[in-house]
Design a protein around this ligand. Structure first.
Ligand code: SF4
Length: 385
């Protein structure tokens, strides 16, 4: 497959311009059309000569993914099912945060985009719907960047000085560190001067624990912040929940890499812990977790499990989640409960699997987003682990 146009850096575009016997500045103009103007079609790059636009659209007919479906949640979350140039389907999620009244209209002030790095996923976490798809393919850097630009357009956002505040999380479909080069190239495109110029501290990458890549990531600049999806406090349980754990050297190797990870002065590592009722949510689990992470500059995000069809787990009761959190805090570990977003449209953590849901809105429709979805009834689930 040809390189995606949004994958290419300013220097790449200069080289490509020269190879067409064009001046280097023409290459920089093309880059600006893609990353500053954020065109969806070459016709929108009106400042480029018509002949060049024709050539570019012959070589790269598709810049933006097609929105196949969008699902709007009662809480403002929107899940997008996107079709890529070769027909592969991925999902990206928009989450508005901190709403306030502006001129009588509710408006979100902070926004989080959850984007995919792969179509499907090879890791196979037992509690995750995406795992059931298996890995279809890696995304190109440009296909990752294109998700961000699409969500910016769909929600009319303009991040930057005095504008909307955007956080980006590589937590959609896929294991980002198993598509390392493309993910790092996408972070480069999104942070570099002349494009979106997103501050690297506004990006977080979540990994199931690819130890050698965690070490490699620590040496990168710019790099997203790191979140490690831990989910268990013993090797035995983690091997059952996250099958790749065994081949990574166990908790000892993973936590050694975490302890040795070079943090910026105000940076903390994040550990994510999906709470599965009766599986990993006991106070003994919490005490063990606090001991494992003792002394690290880290915080824990507790994620009560989000139900998915065909998955035999259950979410812990809210009081158990609070007790677990209190136990971690008592062990000196800051812990936060992540309240589910977009659960009713299968947009919450571990739910991205292209499932149909109520709340669908017209794929081509733009704002304002229509009335919210009706909730999907909870599935009767049992823990069979
Ligand atoms: S939780 Fe993440 S790493 Fe695990 S299977 Fe799902 S998408 Fe892959």
């Amino acid at each position: 497959m040809a390189e995606h146009p949004l994958s290419l850096s300013p220097a790449d575009w200069e080289v490509r311009a020269r190879s067409r016997r064009l001046p280097a500045w023409r290459g920089r103009q093309i880059y600006a059309a893609l990353h500053a103007q954020r065109i969806e079609t070459w016709e929108q790059a009106a400042h480029l000569p018509a002949g060049l636009r024709r050539e570019l659209s012959g070589e790269w007919p598709v810049i933006a993914p097609e929105v196949e479906h969008a699902y709007a949640s009662t809480d403002g979350t929107v899940r997008y099912l996107l079709r890529l140039a070769d027909g592969a389907e991925i999902e990206a999620v928009y989450l508005p945060l901190e709403e306030f009244e502006a001129g009588g209209r509710r408006r979100a002030r902070r926004h989080t985009f959850c984007i995919s790095s792969q179509a499907g996923c090879a890791v196979g976490c037992r509690f995750c719907l995406t795992a059931q798809l298996g890995l279809e393919r890696n995304l190109a850097a440009g296909e990752i960047v294109a998700q961000v630009y699409l969500l910016l357009r769909r929600h009319g956002l303009h991040p930057g000085a005095g504008g909307d505040r955007l956080n980006l999380v590589y937590m959609g479909m896929g294991e980002p560190l198993l598509n390392y080069a493309a993910v790092m190239a996408s972070a480069g495109r999104l942070t570099e001067a002349g494009g979106l110029e997103l501050p690297p501290r506004r990006m977080t990458l979540s990994t199931a624990g690819i130890v050698d890549k965690i070490r490699q990531l620590g040496g990168e600049s710019p790099r997203p912040r790191l979140a490690i999806s831990l989910h268990a406090s013993t090797d035995e349980l983690r091997e059952r929940l996250v099958p790749l754990h065994r081949g990574q050297g166990g908790l000892e190797a993973l936590l050694r890499a975490a302890r040795e990870y070079p943090l910026a002065p105000r940076e903390r590592l994040t550990f994510e812990y999906v709470l599965l009722g009766g599986v990993n949510d006991s106070l003994q689990d919490a005490r063990r977790l606090a001991r494992l992470l003792a002394g690290m500059r880290a915080k824990v995000n507790l994620i009560p499990w989000n139900a998915g069809p065909g998955l035999a787990f259950e979410a812990p009761p809210p009081e158990r989640v609070r007790e677990f959190q209190a136990q971690l805090n008592a062990g000196g570990l800051p812990a936060w409960i992540r309240h589910p977003r977009g659960q009713d449209i299968y947009a919450a953590c571990g739910q991205l699997a292209r499932a149909a849901a109520p709340g669908g809105i017209a794929a081509s429709g733009d704002r304002p987003l229509p009335a919210a979805a009706t909730a999907i009834p909870a599935q009767p689930l049992r823990d069979t682990l």
